[in-house]
Design a protein around this ligand. Sequence first.
Ligand code: GSH
Length: 206
Amino acid sequence: MVTVWGRKNSVNVQKAVWALEEAGVPFERLDAGGEFGLLDTESYGRLNPNRRIPTLIDGDTVVWESNAVTRYVAAKWSEGDLWPSDPAERALADMWMDWVLTTVMGPLIPVFWGLVRTPPDQRDMALISERAIECGHVFQILDAALASRDYIGGDRFTMGDIPAGAVTWRYLNLHIERPELLHVADWMDRLEKRPAFQKHVMLPLT
Ligand SMILES: N[C@@H](CCC(=O)N[C@@H](CS)C(=O)NCC(=O)O)C(=O)O
């Protein structure tokens, strides 16, 4: 049985369990991180020296970094489906997976943490507003890309939709001003029809 360590309200854990569910892999998710702690234990540090979630365990294989986990799941259990066999199609998925980590998370984390995990009287509203504007610019890049295709990697759902889909759902559910993102909204409508997305990503923001 595959195990995923990490609390269910972590966007990075959501990517891992969404990918597993899409690939039809039975798994158990064990709470860790946040209120559940455990990350500073010796045994967790041996699994994941970064002491972050998620960590996936598949027999003797341990995988951390959520996008690496998503790729592992896709490559092992969903060749030709979540994992595009065509290198060009796979590169398209890969680019947007890396884009989430390099371009989205920087501005999105302070907005999410500021508005969701910080008491109102301790919020730095100037920083939140500034980063929310930056998020708007970043998601306009995705919107432009989705103008010419239904999914991140082309005309079908692949692993490329998983990291971007998880963070975009979060962004769209924050109480902030956003630019018009018509193509992102259409893509999100498609994702919201997927049972695995409903189950693992469409959760209250906490
Ligand atoms: N780049 C890493 C980031 C992992 C990360 O920062 N995870 C957060 C949760 S989203 C975490 O471990 N936070 C500490 C905690 O939950 O206690 C990945 O994509 O897996």
